[in-house]
Design a protein around this ligand. Structure first.
Ligand code: COA
Length: 171
C-alpha cells in the first residue's frame, strides 16, 4: 500500500482546493467554481469540521507536504436513514499508484476510531471507472445504480456503493 498520511482540513488547504478546481474533478460536483465559491467551500469544510458534521482530509505522500489530493466523509440522508457519504480526488500527476484507495482505507479506519458506526456511501458516476475501482479496492459493496442530485437541478447517473463501519475492517 502506498505510504500516505491524512491531515485534517486546515487553514492552509485553500491552495489544495484551488488545484482541485478543474473541469475534470469538479464536473463530478457540477462544474468548476469561481474564487469566491472555492473560498466558501474551504470555509464550509473548516466550519463543518468544527461542528463535527463533515471531515475532509489532505492526502500527503512523502516529499509532498502540500498534498496530492483530498478525501472526506460527511453526514448523509440515505432514503430517509442517517448515513455517511464519502468522496475523494487525486491530482492528475499522482494517479494510478493506488493513492486514493489507500487514503480511503485510512479514512475509514479513522472514522471507526472516531466512533462512527453508520454505513458510508459513495456515488461515483457510472462512467467513472477509476472511482468505481477505488470503491471496490477500499472494500465497498455495490448496491446498484442511482440517480443522484449533486446540487439542485443537477442529476447524475451514479453507482451507490456502501461500506459498513460496524463490521471489522478488511484485512
Ligand atoms: C478516482 C481517482 C481518485 C483515483 O485515484 P488513484 O489514486 O489514481 O487510484 P488508483 O491508483 O487506485 O487507480 C484507480 C483506477 O484508475 C485507473 N488508472 C490507472 N492509472 C491511471 C492513471 N495514470 N491516470 C488515471 N487513471 C488511472 C485504473 O482503472 C485504476 O484501477 P485499477 O487499479 O483497477 O486498474 C482519481 O482518478 C481522480 O481524482 N479522478 C478525478 C476525480 C474523481 O473522479 N473523484 C471521484 C468522484 S466520486
Amino acid at each position: 500500500m502506498p505510504d500516505i498520511e491524512l491531515h485534517p482540513w486546515a487553514d492552509d488547504d485553500l491552495d489544495l482546493l484551488h488545484r482541485a478546481n478543474t473541469h475534470e474533478l469538479m464536473d463530478q460536483l457540477g462544474g468548476p467554481e469561481n474564487d469566491a465559491q472555492v473560498l466558501a467551500r474551504h470555509e464550509r469544510y473548516l466550519r463543518m469540521q468544527r461542528e463535527g458534521t463533515a471531515h475532509q482530509f489532505r492526502i500527503v505522500i512523502p516529499g509532498h507536504p502540500e498534498g496530492v489530493g483530498m478525501v472526506g466523509y460527511w453526514q448523509h440522508d440515505w432514503h430517509g436513514e442517517h448515513a455517511l457519504e464519502s468522496g475523494w480526488s487525486v491530482e492528475a500527476e499522482y494517479r494510478g499508484q493506488g493513492i486514493a484507495p489507500a487514503a480511503v482505507i485510512v479514512m475509514l479506519d479513522a472514522a471507526r476510531t472516531a466512533g462512527e458506526v453508520l454505513p458510508v456511501h459513495a456515488y461515483p458516476r457510472v462512467d467513472n471507472p477509476a472511482s468505481n475501482a477505488v470503491c471496490r479496492k477500499a472494500g465497498f459493496r455495490l448496491l446498484g445504480e442511482e440517480a443522484f442530485e449533486v446540487k439542485p437541478g443537477l442529476v447524475l447517473q451514479t453507482n451507490d456503493w456502501v461500506v459498513d463501519l460496524a463490521s471489522p475492517p478488511r484485512s
